[in-house]
Ligand binder design. Structure first.
Ligand SMILES: [Zn+2]
Length: 331
């Protein structure tokens, strides 16, 4: 199984620690939970149980496959349970119960938190107690693309694994959308602003459909009883919502970077090497020529405001349209 170089690299370091009995109790894996960071977490857990004679994990043996299928009895996967709600206290209590029991197979126990940033404060504090006095042979992996959202006390108990390259590859498509929105509709008119907003919205709609499809194809939603069916539906919605939020966060990151490039250009510090969008230097120059330094700075604040409003669950179409109008409005 071939992995991205940044995953291989991180896995090699952890394998080294494991082989020499120096694995930490807890790791914070920073990156996309549905991308490289999630893959790395799975590979690390496979490593604990893999039975292959050569380099572990092999990704092929029965144990590796059991882990990958989320079917290993000694591994607990924790995800946000309900739409817009966090990882809850009851889930942490279940985790504590799990780690305090003897493992089924007499070896390691593992707990993987996907979207660990969604731990609510009470749940975080409860988890902290376990992280402070971890049971033997128990590995905690906290996977998040927003490490800053975790309680600092929790972060301080974890060793950090950063998958920096991941954010860039996952965002390539969103970067292209931002370029398209910022250059495809020229001009500073109201019509142009609304046009930009529609372009981005159209993309987000498509992204959401793709996320829904991916979540449904990833399965794990089989259920019979109506209670189970309801729970499965909630998990599905929570997964979709959290992936959609990741996409939005990435979108705003690129929008801020675009405005930053414009600001650098206005300040006369924007040689192509300094730009995040060096391939768009001409368009950035054109936009910069029409702005004062003050105005370019305001535009960055406008994007930050948009990001904040979306985080407050204001309707995305409204936030985008108002934001793009504000970006182009004459002062
Ligand atoms: Zn294996």
């Amino acid at each position: 199984m071939s992995l991205k170089p940044e995953i291989e690299q991180a896995l090699a370091l952890l394998r080294h620690s494991f082989v020499f009995g120096r694995l930490a109790h807890a790791y914070l894996i920073a990156g996309a939970p549905r991308g490289a960071a999630g893959v790395l977490a799975q590979r690390v857990v496979e490593m604990l149980y893999c039975t292959a004679p050569g380099e572990r994990p092999c990704g092929q043996c029965a144990k590796c496959r059991q882990v990958a299928a989320h079917a290993h009895p000694d591994v607990v996967w924790v995800e946000p349970q309900k739409r817009s709600r966090g990882i809850l206290m009851a889930q942490i209590e279940a985790v504590q119960e799990h780690v305090n029991l003897t493992s089924f197979e007499g070896g390691w126990k593992a707990v993987v938190f996907l979207n660990a940033d969604r731990l609510n404060p009470q749940a975080s504090n409860r988890l902290l107690k376990t992280l402070e006095e971890p049971p033997d042979k128990c590995l905690f992996l906290l996977v998040t693309d927003q490490p800053a959202a975790l309680l600092p006390t929790v972060v301080s108990r974890c060793q950090r694994v950063v998958l920096a390259a991941e954010a860039l590859t996952a965002g390539a498509e969103l970067r292209a959308i931002v370029v398209d929105a910022m250059t495809g509709v020229e001009g500073r008119s109201l019509v142009a602003a609304v046009g930009r907003s529609r372009k981005v919205l159209g993309f987000l709609k498509q992204a959401r459909a793709e996320i829904e499809k991916a979540v449904d194809e990833s399965g794990n939603t089989e259920a019979n009883a109506s209670e189970e069916l309801k729970a499965a539906k909630e998990i599905r919605e929570a997964r979709i919502e959290s992936l959609y939020k990741e996409a939005l966060a990435e979108l705003f990151r690129w929008l801020v970077l675009w405005q930053r490039d414009v600001l650098l250009q206005v300040a006369g510090a924007g040689g192509p090497a300094a730009l995040e969008f060096p391939d768009q230097a001409q368009a950035i120059q054109r936009q910069a020529a029409a702005l004062t330094y003050r105005r370019a700075l305001d535009n960055i604040n406008t994007i930050e405001d948009m990001r904040w409003q979306v985080a407050q669950n204001l309707p995305v179409p409204m936030v985008l349209e108002r934001g793009f109008i504000r970006l182009t409005a004459e002062h």
